[in-house]
Design a protein. Structure first.
Length: 231
């Protein structure tokens, strides 16, 4: 009897990432359950999305709708010395799949004239206190600021990695209502592919925020985005 067992792989996701020119995902680690559940969430959507390779200079882009589309460019380069393109391609295609997931999961207003403003929004629509678009956009911006502050304070984050995180932070803050769960995910993926785990302070912090976001998006009574703790 063999004691060796093959690790579970998400084959369709593996194939997509390979085709997108990205770094292969690591095998699941028992002490990283949140990372595994994020990958399960993305893998479950693959059959609902049309993926197209396109040499358009965009690492990956999603178009929402009844039949979501995601394009990706395996030849993409950020042109930034402090971003490692190969793991960033993996992080980016998963970021786009997460856009599709949040679009499906977060509650939207029923009024069509209002609904268009809530497409792809990374938090629930609700009329309860603290749930306005402005309030929740403000909270996610402040939470991303706390991530950046954590990265700056973390001696395990070198200047190269900090520059990459700062670009993702700026990107997220340019459209925070659609870039909270999605940017938390792409940072987690990029850091994981760079060998980080929950033993690292920043990775543990990102995991905590991403876990909170996932719990909330999976629950239609999940309420507004809570302010992150400083640590
Ligand atoms: Zn995005």
């Amino acid at each position: 009897m063999s004691t060796h067992s093959e690790p579970l792989r998400r084959l369709a996701l593996d194939r997509l990432i390979k085709d997108a020119g990205g770094t292969a995902l690591p095998d699941d680690a028992s002490d990283e359950p949140h990372f595994a559940e994020l990958l399960d969430e993305c893998a479950a959507l693959i059959d609902e999305i049309t993926f197209t390779k396109k040499n358009d200079g965009h690492v990956a882009q999603a178009t929402m709708g009844a039949h979501p589309l995601v394009t990706y460019d395996p030849a993409y380069s950020s042109g930034e010395a402090t971003t490692d393109d190969v793991p960033f391609r993996t992080a980016s295609i998963l970021h786009e799949i997460m856009h599709v997931s949040v679009d499906k999961l977060y509650d939207k207003p029923t009024d069509p004239s209002e609904k268009i403003y809530w497409q792809s929004v990374n938090f629930h629509y609700a009329t309860t206190a603290g749930s306005s678009f402005a309030e929740q956009s403000q909270t996610v911006t402040e939470n991303l600021q706390k991530v950046m502050a954590r990265a700056t304070a973390d001696s395990k984050v070198d200047t190269t990695l900090r520059s990459h995180i700062e670009r993702r932070y700026i990107y997220g803050c340019a459209g925070p209502h659609v870039h909270y769960d999605t940017v938390l995910l792409d940072l987690l993926v990029y850091l994981r592919l760079k060998g980080h785990s929950r033993k690292n302070v920043l990775f543990a912090y990102l995991t905590k925020l991403s876990q909170e976001a996932r719990n909330r998006r999976m629950d239609s009574k999940g309420g507004p985005v809570p302010p992150a703790s400083a640590t």
